[in-house]
Each structure stands twice: as C-alpha cells, then as structure tokens.
Ligand binder design. Structure first.
Ligand SMILES: Cc1ncc(COP(=O)(O)O)c(C=O)c1O
Length: 399
C-alpha cells in the first residue's frame, strides 16, 4: 500500500483552508486592478492596504515599509543588489564590501556572485560544524567599506537558527561609531513559522519572506525595507509600490499572504503547534539514530528549527533514498543540487566540513502543523528498511 506522507515542508507547504478562502473572492468576483481609479479598483486597493498593515503588524514596522514581491528569491535579490547598487562610496564603485555566509540559499549567493562580477568584494563566512555563525565572526569580517551584511535566520537544509538579534545589535553598535552605515538584511523565509520576526528586536534593515513556506500561496512574498535605506530598484515599470517594485498587484495572493502571516500572530496557538512539531522532530531524530547505523544528524541540537530533522547516511546516496521513499508514497528531500541536473553535494554540508562522500548521503525531513505521530512512526520504519535495502544493493554480499 502506498502512503501519502508529506515531510518536505521546507520546500513548500499546503495552503491553509483559511488562506484559500481569504483569496477566493479576488479571482473572479472582485477582480479589479488595485491601481485603477474606479470602484472595482478601489475595493482591491483597500485589500492591498489592509494586507500590508497585517504584515507590518507582524514585523513591527510601518506598512509603508512592506513591499510585495513574487517570493523570497525576488526579495533576496532586491536586498543584495538593490542596496549595494544604491550605495556608491565616492567615485570608486569597486570599493564596496558585502558580507554573507557560505550556507545561504542560492537566492542570496547568486546575486552576490553578480556583485563580484561588478567589482564588489564579497566575504562568504564559513560556519562552524553546526552551521552557526557568531556575531564575533561577523564583526571580525567587517571592513571600512562594508555596506551590507546578509545572514539567513534559519538554514533551509539543516534548520540551524542563526543569532540574528545578536548580529543586529553588534552592527547597530558599530554603526554608532562609523561614518558609512552598514545595512543588515536577513532571509527569514524558513523562520516565520517559528521565531520572533520583529524587525526592531532583530535590528534588521531588510527582511525577506515567502508565502508558500507559511501555509500561503506560491509566487508571493514580501520584503521589509526600513525607511531611509538606500535602494535602487532591480525591476522597472509602473508606479506601483512607489516604484520600488513595480507591477500589477496580485491581489488574491496578497490577501492570502496577509492571512498566512496574520495566523502566525496568535502566539499561544503557534507555540502549541510548534511544541507538537518539535515532539515529532525529536521522535524522528531519536529513532533514526537508534535504528539506523551509520546515521548522523546534521546541524545543531539546540539552536534548531522545530520542524527540521536532517541527516547523512553512510554508504547511501540521498537521491536514492528520496526516490525509493517516494515510490512508497513518502515525500522528503536531499541537500544535493539534483534539481539543477548536477549531483554535486550540498554546498551547505560542504561548508560544515563534511566530506563529499558523506554529504552525498543527505536527507532532509521537514514537518508541518498537519503531520501526525503515526506518520512519523511509519516514516521511521520505511526509512530503516529503505536504507538497509539500498546498502545491500550498493554492497552485495560476495557469493
Ligand atoms: C532560505 C530560503 N530563501 C529563499 C528561498 C526562495 O523562496 P521562494 O521559493 O519564495 O522564491 C527559499 C526556498 O526554498 C529558502 O528556503
């Protein structure tokens, strides 16, 4: 019998029914363009304004500092390129320095590589073996020309929580003694469901988020840009969103994103939900280590996202585990870049210092509020059997 167990929620989540019903009216009932002057447009403009206000409420900022995007990839590109290109230190454009980490999502790493092509210096910090980058480490990398620091809040592969508040406070303190301000961005895509994302507490100038990681729709995200932050748009067009991010408002998706974010504001419910998710995570980690020899947990034990259990297995390939489990109706993922057609081991695991042969055996289990104890039990049993079968295929007993 095929199962139907979805443990790949860091890739995307199921849309919450409340989110779906918040979106539905704006497809074919109230479909006006939010920028139109007539009644049909104004109704939708109100929805956009209210949605901005809900997100601003959650982030602890002004609604004019929230811009809608197509997702975290676009938000990250805007943060990296938009801020760095807006800052021109004197006449020498090359004299700008950006700091990030080796474990960021490609949505950060790729625009950073583009900056390098333009002559901007980029430092990619190496985390410790748990995937942590301390505020001291960031401080030590800061140079007189540093204009931007971008560090993710929660790593999408190994679930490590990075000390964004501490780094933010350190940068604020340094800024009080510097002539040229260092702007601080965090990619909070994987953090919203679990952690405080108040921009004042974190002391960030920019923050990226995405709808489809928080039980919202795909193709919508947002970026917080603190008022006064230098910013050069990366797309050009109409005057929507003050020209910072032009394009017709995707009102159903905007309404859905706002509903998804708003439902994270009920702290008591969210804490209970996350305690349950954490229990499932801890059960899976414990059982896997107990039952599968040659299994290692990647990332850290304490500073870990409640929904992430990530492993490497000696002597098996992550892709083979994912495909075998998928045949049985279980969805998980591997850290390898198989989607790009290459079977390179994950850049995150290599940055932790794992040997490539071991990094090839990576598996990420990411849970949601919809998962159950029984699913976790079935998963562990199927994983144990799958790893053992794959090892037999890889190392057949000599006749
Ligand atoms: C940490 C992180 N940043 C950025 C992204 C990109 O998000 P989106 O799919 O909304 O473009 C993801 C998605 O996997 C992510 O996990």
């Amino acid at each position: 019998m095929k199962h139907n167990i979805y443990f790949d929620n860091a890739a995307t989540t199921k849309v919450d029914p409340a989110v779906l019903s918040a979106m539905l009216p704006y497809f074919s009932d109230e479909y006006g363009n939010a920028s139109s002057l007539h009644y049909a447009g104004l109704n939708n403009r109100v929805v956009v304004d209210r949605s901005q206000a809900k997100i601003a409420d959650f982030l602890g900022c002004d609604k004019s500092e929230v811009y809608f995007t197509s997702g975290a990839t676009e938000s990250d590109n805007m943060a990296i390129l938009g801020v760095t290109e807006a800052i021109n230190n004197g006449s020498n454009k090359a004299k700008r320095h950006v700091i990030t980490t080796k474990i960021e999502h490609d949505a950060i790493l790729e625009p950073c590589r583009e900056l390098e092509k333009m002559g901007v210096k980029v430092t990619y910090l190496t985390p410790n073996q748990d995937g942590l980058v301390t505020a001291e480490k960031v401080k030590a990398a800061i140079e007189p020309e540093t204009v931007l620091v971008s560090i993710m809040y929660v790593n999408n592969e190994i679930g490590t929580i990075l000390p964004i508040g501490e780094i933010g406070r350190m940068i604020t303190q340094l800024n009080s003694q510097r002539e040229n301000k260092i702007y601080f961005h965090t990619d909070a895509t994987q953090a919203l469901n679990f952690l405080d994302c108040n921009v004042e507490a974190l002391k960030v100038d920019l923050l990226s988020l995405s709808g489809h990681k928080i039980y919202g729709p795909k193709g919508i995200g947002a970026i917080y840009i603190r008022r006064g932050t230098p910013f050069k748009p990366i797309t050009f067009g109409g005057h929507q969103q003050a020209g910072v991010r032009p394009g017709t408002y995707n009102v159903p998706a905007v309404a859905g994103l706002a509903e998804a974010v708003n439902s994270l504001s009920d702290k008591k419910t969210i804490d209970q939900q996350n305690d349950k998710i954490k229990e499932l995570r801890d059960y899976i980690i414990k059982q896997v280590l107990l039952r599968i020899t040659g299994s290692i947990v990647t990332g850290t034990k304490e500073e870990r996202s409640p929904n992430n259990a990530s492993f490497v297995f000696e002597g098996v390939k992550g892709e083979d585990i994912v495909l075998s489990l998928s045949e049985k109706g279980l969805a998980v993922s591997t850290g390898s870049a198989c989607s790009s057609g290459s079977l390179d081991p994950s850049h995150v695991l290599l940055a932790l210092g794992l040997k490539p042969e071991l990094a090839h055996g990576s598996l990420r289990v990411s849970l949601s509020k919809y998962n159950t104890e029984n699913e976790a039990k079935v998963f562990v049993e199927e994983l144990e059997e799958t790893v053992s079968q794959l090892r037999k295929i890889m190392n057949p007993t000599p006749l």
